[in-house]
Design a protein around this ligand. Sequence first.
Ligand code: GN1
Ligand code: MG
Length: 363
Amino acid sequence: MKDLTPITSQFALRGTINEIRPLGNGLINDTFIVRTAEPDAPDYVLQRINHHIFTDVDCLQHNIEAVTRHIRRKLEAAGEDDIDRKVLTFIPNITDGKTYYYDGENYWRVMIFIPRAHTYEAVTPESSRNAGKAFGRFQAMLVDIDEELQESIPNFHNMEFRLQQLREAVAADAVGRVAEVRPLLDEIDRRADEMVKAEVLHRQGKLPKRICHCDTKVNNMMFDENDNVLCVIDLDTVMPSYIFSDYGDFLRTGACTSAEDEPDLSKVEFDMDIFRAFTEGYLESAGEFLTPIEIENLPYAAALFPYMQAVRFLADYINGDTYYKIQYPDHNLVRTRAQIKMLQSVEAHTPEMKTFIAERAPR
Ligand code: GN1
Ligand code: MG
């Protein structure tokens, strides 16, 4: 591994660096843990921001700073303890105080590593109830943010736009993979009209955009020693979106009985126990501000995200794997198949989900 201390020395860190090692398994940025020698100095997380994807790093960091500042104020006002573990802290660089550093080639940022905390790749009904409460609370805290946030990736969760990108990929057929994926394209086409419902409702003035996390994968949440949620991490995609983003994308991974790239499709199912627990937790903390249209469409959101992810993985496969990191040649194809299987399982459970939500909707 390349020596990263010239980078870390650009940030006002406390303590002496012991080691820097890779951390986590995100598909976009490169992440490292920076361990310090002194027990009273924090450890840090160093990230190389993928600026091919986040082309406006200034906008990206502005969103993150605004959101963490607002949440910190809310936690302080609520008299919470342990606040440094409940919201991320970014370290300014030593030259101009920005929360990122450009070395002429790459963009880097550093945040405090949250101690005695862990993430999960899979959840239990109990921890997903906590997760539901945490993401609902995250949205609730941001309902009254006064700073304006921009979309750090324009049209990120816009289903019409994602379908358009897929169509463009198919038309270009850059690496000759279209013929092989026809059956998957048919699965996607059949559902296209119903899946763009959020955009339609928004144009009709019936569905608001709110500040959402937009990458609520289960592994983007930190839990403490007692499996309580501490905070939500990976804030790159915090931006205005429909609440469906956070609700739906959590269930896509959290309520899936397998990994998002499971090759054995018989293992990919929608787990109703997780759905029930997460939904109860979410409605408990978000129920206050959600509108009836938002609540009524939660089952749609559960289907929308495996669908959208299938569209994105498949477009990347067709484009020759230019966006997501892959571990083997047809990884994006395997991912797409798993997302379609997940979608089918969600659809099979939709009537049951509707009944469950109707019975619990706040009035
Ligand atoms: C990406 O960075 P990571 O792995 O948490 C992606 C998400 C996808 C996810 C699929 C900026 O998230 O939108 O849902 O992969 N983030 C971006 O695993 O595209
Ligand atoms: Mg992540």
